[in-house]
Design a protein around this ligand. Structure first.
Ligand code: BES
Ligand code: ZN
Ligand code: ZN
Length: 502
């Protein structure tokens, strides 16, 4: 259980295992109330500034035990970097995450965060709660030797005026819903493939939908066959594990037929061996997270069920295991997608676009008027953008711009790459309508996107290639290494602000 308390008490009077706050990197890192308090208590902090031990540089941590002038057992000062670059919604989340990881590593599982005079807003309160919960996530879920860190369970926020208490409490709630949704996505992406097959993913989604109050449909192999989802089925046929297609639906009470529907589609390959075009064994274990796009969409829906945006939203997660079994598809095979397009499968490792093709088609059949997909789709996007930005593609500038604005608002990074029709020739096939890999060298992330574009027609669409960003190779100050849950927060923000035609 995670509890959050709000307090308007003076920070120096707070009795807590730890009190955390931040200082800026500026000529005097101590300013405002902290400086006043320090002066009264003998200027010990000022001495640390003069000695160069407290600078306010981003990422800095300084822990003082029984600080003079305070009742707290520990004072944790966090470097916030230059004040000009500071954004309350983004940096406060990171600082709270930094504090959480720092403290829980020292077995402190209860602390107070002091937001300072000008920053005690509902927005900042939400960011603190998100930062703490995201930093609490521990990927070592199967460790049995008792060395697991205990998460921070009790958080107190100080610095607020009693008069905006209601808004702050609501913001705390929001923060909790959003961070828990992101962590839900991370949990799924972290699961090994033997513990998260397509059927088990569908079961987890079913349990989530029941708890959240979402409508749910799980399509089994027979129904996928009836719908003629030849592209999705072709990927699954090499595995003993049958495929599934999970459809989650959120309908606001005011929704009427004919109104816009946002369709979210997430790649759900529970393990990608590459199939007959098998991958090298080095690093192949990572391919358990090839369902991170599906996890992202499930996570976003979990939060949206609570936050209740104004528009109808459907999420589709095509699930399959890409294996080189005796029935596996082979290079050169031709498959007929649900849309009727024929696809020459040149490389069975380019399976993500195949399962997405049918899910995008079905999303439109179910009434989606706007589409966003997320997928760990290409190694090429990692070459292009590394591990920092999500490769982002779109066919509608307005839709794309609104999405990018959501990304900026919640502190996630997206970088737009091209999908214009000049790339279309790259996927021309000698035998079928299209082929599943691009010709020639280079532009691999765009070739994948141009393939998907074949299945969306004129529907406004955004494609997110999260191959480089869904898994953190290194821990960040506020996040463990492992699954990141990237794009969950942006999708939630976007769905809440979605206003087509406006
Ligand atoms: N799941 C992979 C992409 C991937 C790579 C995800 C690295 C995460 C990290 C995808 O199915 C794949 O294998 N793509 C191929 C496509 C190629 C055969 C055209 C790739 O990127 O090599
Ligand atoms: Zn693959
Ligand atoms: Zn894949």
């Amino acid at each position: 259980m995670f509890t959050v308390k709000l307090s308007s008490e003076a920070p120096e009077l707070i009795e807590a295992p730890a009190l955390a706050t931040w200082v800026f990197e500026q000529s005097n890192p101590l300013d405002g109330p902290l400086a006043e308090l320090d002066q009264k208590a003998g200027s010990r902090l000022k001495e640390l500034v003069e000695a160069g031990e407290l600078t306010g540089k981003a990422g800095e941590t300084l822990l003082l035990h029984y600080p003079a002038g305070f009742k707290t057992q520990r004072l944790l000062l966090l470097g916030a970097g230059k004040p000009k670059k500071f954004s309350p919604a983004i940096d406060v989340r990171q600082l709270a995450g930094l504090a959480t990881r720092f403290l829980k590593a020292r077995k402190v599982t209860e602390f107070t965060f002091w937001l300072g005079r000008n920053h005690a807003t509902p927005e900042a309160a939400q960011a603190v709660v998100e930062g703490v919960l995201l930093a609490n996530f521990d990927p070592a879920s199967y460790r049995t030797n008792g060395k697991k860190e205990k998460p921070v369970a009790d958080l107190q926020l100080v610095g607020f005026d009693a008069k905006n208490e209601k808004e702050v409490a609501a913001a705390v709630q929001r923060g909790q819903v959003i961070a828990e949704a992101q962590n839900f996505a991370r949990e799924l992406a972290n699961e090994p493939s033997n513990r998260l097959t397509p059927r088990l993913f569908a079961e987890r989604a079913t349990a989530m939908a029941r708890d959240a109050g979402l409508e749910l449909d799980v399509l089994d192999e027979a129904r996928l066959r009836e719908l003629k989802m030849g592209a999705l089925l072709s990927v699954a046929q090499g595995s003993a594990e049958p495929p599934r297609l999970v459809v989650l639906t959120y309908t606001p009470p005011t929704w009427k037929q004919g109104q816009p529907v946002l369709g979210l589609v997430g790649k759900g390959i529970t393990f990608d061996t590459g199939g007959i075009s098998i991958k090298p064994s080095d690093g192949m274990e990572k391919m358990k997270y090839d369902m991170a796009g599906g996890a992202t969409m499930a996570g976003a829906m979990r939060a949206l069920a609570v936050l209740k945006p104004a528009h109808k939203i459907i999420a589709l997660i095509p699930l399959a295991e890409n294996m080189p079994g005796s029935r596996a598809q082979k290079p050169g095979d031709v498959q007929i997608a649900m849309s009727g397009k024929s696809i020459e499968v040149i490389n069975t490792d380019a399976e993500g676009r195949l399962v997405l093709a049918d899910a995008l088609t079905y999303a439109r059949q179910l009434g989606a008027t706007h589409l966003i997909d997320a997928a760990t789709l290409t190694g090429a996007v990692v070459v292009a953008l590394g591990y920092v930005n999500v490769g982002t593609f779109g066919n509608n500038q307005k839709f794309l711009d609104a999405f990018l604005a959501s990304g900026r608002a919640v502190g996630e990074k997206f970088w737009v790459l091209p999908v214009d029709d000049d790339y279309r020739d790259n996927i021309k096939s000698a035998i079928a309508d299209i082929q599943n890999v691009g010709k020639g060298r280079g532009g691999g992330a765009t070739n994948a996107a141009i393939f998907l574009k074949e299945f969306v027609d004129d529907t406004p669409w955004i494609h997110l290639d999260i191959a480089g960003t869904a898994w953190l190779e290194e821990a960040k100050p506020g996040m463990a290494k492992g699954p990141s849950g990237v794009a969950v927060r942006t999708l939630i923000h976007f769905a809440e602000h979605f206003s087509p035609g406006a």
